[in-house]
Write a protein that binds this ligand. Structure first.
Ligand code: HEC
Length: 148
């Protein structure tokens, strides 16, 4: 009997192989848990101070909370991006994605696509990571659950 899968792989296997290839290539470029280069940090700092500081504060300390009774409904203040909040629970990829595409839950965090390209968004992430202590950085991303 001729096995029709002899010469070409089953589409499902091809799909899984393609998925795994993409997954591992994404993993390979992600620098989650590792510091950025000094050049990248310097560029990221410059970009951060132009575009992010107004809300996320000097060195990522976050926006001062606004008392509920004077805050417009649904108005969300910008959380710290230093290690006191949970920015470090996200991988580099997730942070880049948030920066480029913004957040669904609030239009106060805009999509920066068109202002920043991917490489610039990565530099900003590199700067944000430079605000974390080595211990927090080492626990960045999915591993934060089991790391601390
Ligand atoms: C107009 C104010 C504003 C500006 C400017 C702004 N953000 Fe935000 N950002 C927010 C708000 C508000 C949130 C959501 C806070 C929340 O959900 O509690 C947020 C959330 C985020 C988050 C998600 C953090 C997390 O832990 O989930 C990241 C990352 C982020 N901002 C990065 C940036 C970067 C980088 C820039 C500059 C390129 C920037 N933001 C500029 C207001 C701003």
């Amino acid at each position: 009997m001729v096995n029709k899968f002899n010469y070409s792989y089953h589409p499902m296997i091809r799909f899984i192989a393609a998925f795994m290839f993409l997954w591992f290539s994404v993993q390979a470029v992600a620098d989650t848990g590792k510091p950025a280069t000094p050049d990248e940090i310097a560029e990221g700092k410059r970009l951060y101070e132009s575009y992010c500081l107004t809300c996320h504060g000097q060195a990522g300390v976050g926006e001062a909370p606004i008392p509920k009774y004077i805050r417009a409904p649904g108005y969300i203040t910008a959380m710290p991006l230093n290690e006191t909040s949970h920015a470090w629970h996200h991988s580099d990829e997730q942070l880049v994605e948030t920066i480029l595409n913004g957040l669904q839950r609030t239009n106060r965090m805009p999509a920066w696509k068109g202002v920043l390209d991917e490489q610039e968004a990565r530099a900003v992430v590199g700067y944000i990571k430079s605000l974390w202590s080595p211990r927090i950085l080492a626990c960045q991303g999915p591993r934060h659950m089991s790391c601390m």
